[in-house]
Design a binder for this molecule. Sequence first.
Ligand SMILES: NC(=O)c1ccc[n+]([C@@H]2O[C@H](COP(=O)([O-])OP(=O)(O)OC[C@H]3O[C@@H](n4cnc5c(N)ncnc54)[C@H](OP(=O)(O)O)[C@@H]3O)[C@@H](O)[C@H]2O)c1
Length: 126
Amino acid sequence: MCNLPDEIKPAKIILIGRTESKLQAKGAQLKAANVPFVYYICDLSLPRIIIKTLKTIVEKESDIGLMCLNAGTWIVKRKRHFQEDGLEQMYATNFLHMAMFIEGLKGLMTETAKRTQTKSRICIST
Ligand SMILES: NC(=O)c1ccc[n+]([C@@H]2O[C@H](COP(=O)([O-])OP(=O)(O)OC[C@H]3O[C@@H](n4cnc5c(N)ncnc54)[C@H](OP(=O)(O)O)[C@@H]3O)[C@@H](O)[C@H]2O)c1
C-alpha cells in the first residue's frame, strides 16, 4: 500500500474485528503507509453487537466506497455448534453478519456513490 499512487490510495479504511490487538497492529501498518483509518471492535457472530456497531458507523462515518466482508470461521466437526443466543455459529459468523452489514450500510454506500459520482462496491469472501 505504501507504493500506491495518491489518486488510488484509499481515503480512509474502516477496520472491524473482535480482537483489539490485531486491529491495532493492522492500524500501525496503515499509519506507516500514511493511510487514515479507524477501527471498531465487534464480534461478528453476535447480531445484537452488530446492530450497535452498524448504528455507530452510520452515525460517525461519512463515506463507504468499498465494503470487504471476509471474516469467518471454519468448523468441521460433525456436530453443529450453537451459540448462547441459539444461532448456529458458522451461519452467524460466515453468513448472517454479512447480510446485516450489507443491509445496514447500503444506504451510506448509495449516498457515497451519488456524492462522489462513482460506484460503491461490496466484496465478499466466504
Ligand atoms: N482458508 C481456506 O481454505 C478457506 C476455504 C474456504 C472458505 N474460507 C473462508 O474464507 C474466509 C477467510 O478465511 P481465512 O482462511 O482467511 O480465515 P482466517 O485467517 O482464520 O481469518 C478469519 C478472520 O475472521 C475473523 N473472525 C472469525 N470469527 C469472528 C468473529 N466472531 N468476530 C469477528 N471476527 C471474526 C478472525 O478474527 P480473529 O483474528 O480475531 O480471530 C480472522 O481475522 C472465512 O470466511 C473462511 O470461512 C477459507
